[in-house]
Write a protein that binds this ligand. Structure first.
Ligand code: FE2
Length: 218
C-alpha cells in the first residue's frame, strides 16, 4: 500500500512492507522535481509565488542525501562552469524556457553585480557555501536624479539553503568555501541571450549585456 505522508517532504511517499515498523521512504528525485517546477508554471503566473513554490520543491530535493548523484558531471577545473539538467520548451516566465542547472564555483570565484532582466532565479546550495550580496539604487533625500548604487544585504548560503532574486533585483554571488561549491539554479527562463545589466559599485555605472557570463573586467 502506498500513501502520502504529511510529515515528510512533499511528494515523499511511504511504502509499507510488513507493517509500519518496516516503512521505507521513497526519495524525491530530480525528475520529480522537474515535473513539480513545470506544474508551478502551470498553476501560477505571479513571479513571487512561482519562486516561492519552486524554492519549496528545491528545498525538498536538497534534503535528499546525494540527490544528484549520477546526474552530474562536475568539472575539476574552470573558474565557473554550468551544466544544464533540464531546459523546458513549454513552460516558464515570462515566456517558455525554464532551466534547471548546476553551476560550479571555484574557490575564490565571484561575479560582478547583475540583474536577471525579467527573469527570476532560485539558488540552492548542493555542496560548499556561497555568499550573496544584494544591491539597490538609493536616492538621497532631495536628490531624485542622483541614485547611488548601494549594498543592502549580504548573507551566506550553506548546503540545502535557498534564496531567490525576483525580476529586476540586483545581486552578486561568490564562493564562500575553500572548496569548489555546487549550486542548483532554476531560471524562470534561460538567461542565455536575455537582455540585462551588470553594475559597478565604485562609479555607479551600468552596462547592458545579453551574455549569461559576467563581462570581462575593464
Ligand atoms: Fe545572478
Amino acid at each position: 500500500m502506498m500513501m502520502y505522508c504529511a510529515k515528510l517532504p512533499r511528494l515523499a511517499y511511504v511504502t509499507f512492507t510488513g507493517g509500519p515498523k518496516m516503512a521505507q521512504a521513497k526519495v524525491y528525485t530530480l525528475d520529480e522535481f522537474v515535473q513539480d517546477v513545470g506544474q508551478v508554471f502551470s498553476d501560477h503566473n505571479d513571479p513571487r509565488a512561482q519562486a516561492q513554490k519552486v524554492s519549496k520543491h528545491l528545498s525538498g530535493l536538497l534534503k535528499v542525501p546525494d540527490s544528484l548523484e549520477g546526474r552530474l558531471d562536475p568539472p575539476t577545473d574552470g573558474e565557473f562552469t554550468m551544466q544544464n539538467l533540464h531546459l523546458d520548451k513549454d513552460r516558464g516566465h515570462p515566456s517558455p524556457g525554464f532551466l534547471v542547472m548546476v553551476s560550479t564555483l571555484a574557490a575564490g570565484w565571484g561575479n560582478v553585480p547583475h540583474d536577471h532582466g525579467t527573469i527570476w532565479v532560485v539558488y540552492g546550495v548542493y555542496k560548499g557555501s556561497i555568499q550573496q550580496t544584494k544591491y539597490q539604487w538609493v536616492y538621497p533625500e532631495g536628490e531624485w536624479t542622483a541614485p547611488q548604487f548601494t549594498v543592502i544585504q549580504k548573507f551566506i548560503q550553506k548546503p540545502g539553503e535557498i534564496s531567490f532574486f525576483l525580476p529586476g533585483e540586483i545581486h552578486d554571488t561568490s564562493n564562500a568555501s575553500t572548496e569548489r561549491s555546487l549550486v542548483v539554479r532554476v531560471e524562470s527562463r534561460s538567461l542565455e541571450g536575455h537582455w540585462r545589466h551588470m553594475y559597478n559599485l565604485e562609479n555607479n555605472a551600468a552596462v547592458a549585456s545579453t551574455s549569461a557570463a559576467p563581462p570581462p573586467a575593464e
